[in-house]
Design a protein around this ligand. Structure first.
Ligand SMILES: [Mg+2]
Length: 326
């Protein structure tokens, strides 16, 4: 019988997201594909060390132990790597005791076209084109930064932190901020507080995570809940209301919500200790990546007419500007 992926949370990951292959990538860039493949073959039994998404994948696969004989998560390696170089990757998977048996190595070809056939709900990669293509076809995808020097995550609990606008929610409100400024944004969000925001690229994934949480309420059984989620957003009052009412309308409970209004996200994230943080803006995701594993969600930006605005990272000075406008 064919293996059925339809009832599983399928995560696709590139080999360089799972393992730290920065040295190998450098060989590829400096010396070309042949030297790279030779290096990988020569080092086939030299096990790769964990990459940015490794702790997340480990934690995701642990969800399969929540119930006996009831798989929840399937992880597939989806890589542009050369098939000849793949043995080192699979040896590393085995050595790290990761239950991953399915892999695709396309030898330099774009991999996004295979995401739908694997019923993928989350795609993680270091290749910007692949990640952008995945988002284009409606799949939650993150472009991973280098791993932090030291990763401290909860061993017994999967933790994921998301930005709000352009990640969980659509970028509708952010576009108003970009095109018309902060005052118009606040007014728009106040006027539309009762109207749920459209879904962003990570809404379907968050809904699946929320369903798994509902199915496994360990707290009621006296244990630690297996998953904890957080939204870490630059929105603050009064724009917080629409975000809360949107989640309520979707029937989703997020465990922690931070309406930061200009406070930097990285220190909050350091305390929350997520296995991964997703944000669409470099200005938030990059500083966070030094402290917790982080990925950027490369959604299409609105073309800015005023070139002076190019220097203003969205929402960065939200609180300060908000005060000025009040
Ligand atoms: Mg955002």
């Amino acid at each position: 019988m064919a293996f059925d992926l339809s009832n599983l949370l399928v995560i696709a990951i590139s080999s360089s997201a799972l393992f730290d292959t920065r040295k190998e990538h450098e060989i590829y860039i400096q010396n070309g594909v042949d030297e790279y493949v030779k290096y990988q073959i020569d080092n086939e039994n030299n096990i790769l060390s964990p990459g940015t998404a490794f702790p997340l994948i480990e934690a995701m696969l642990r969800l399969n132990k929540l119930t006996e004989n009831n798989q929840i998560v399937e992880v597939v390696i989806l890589s542009q790597n050369e098939p000849e170089a793949s043995l080192r990757i699979m040896n590393s998977v085995e050595n790290h005791n990761l239950s991953i048996t399915r892999a695709v190595f396309t030898g330099g070809e774009n991999v996004a076209k295979y995401l739908k056939s694997y019923n993928v709900s989350l795609f993680l990669s270091r290749n910007e084109t692949d990640v952008k293509d995945a988002i284009e076809i409606g799949i939650a995808a993150g472009l991973l930064y280098d791993p932090p020097d030291k990763i401290e995550t909860e061993i017994n609990q999967l933790r994921i932190a998301f930005d709000g606008d352009a990640v969980i929610f659509s970028d509708e409100a952010e576009k108003i901020y970009q095109e018309k400024g902060l005052e118009a944004f606040v007014e728009h969000e106040r006027a539309n507080a009762e109207k749920p925001l459209p879904e962003g690229p990570f809404a379907p994934f968050l809904k699946i995570i929320s369903k798994i949480q509902n199915d496994h309420k360990a707290r009621e059984q006296g244990g630690i809940p297996p998953i904890r989620t957080a939204i870490v957003t630059a929105r603050n009052s009064p724009a917080h209301k629409r975000a809360i009412l949107t989640l309520r309308a979707w029937g989703i409970k997020v465990n922690e919500t931070f309406f930061l209004g200009g406070i930097s996200k990285d220190q909050i994230l350091k305390e929350f200790r997520p296995h991964i943080f997703f944000d669409d803006q470099e200005v938030h995701a990059k500083p966070a990546s030094a402290l917790v594993p982080s990925a950027r969600v490369p959604v299409k930006k609105v073309k800015k007419q005023d070139k002076n605005q190019l220097a203003i990272p969205l929402f960065e000075n939200y609180s300060a500007t908000n005060k000025q406008n009040e």
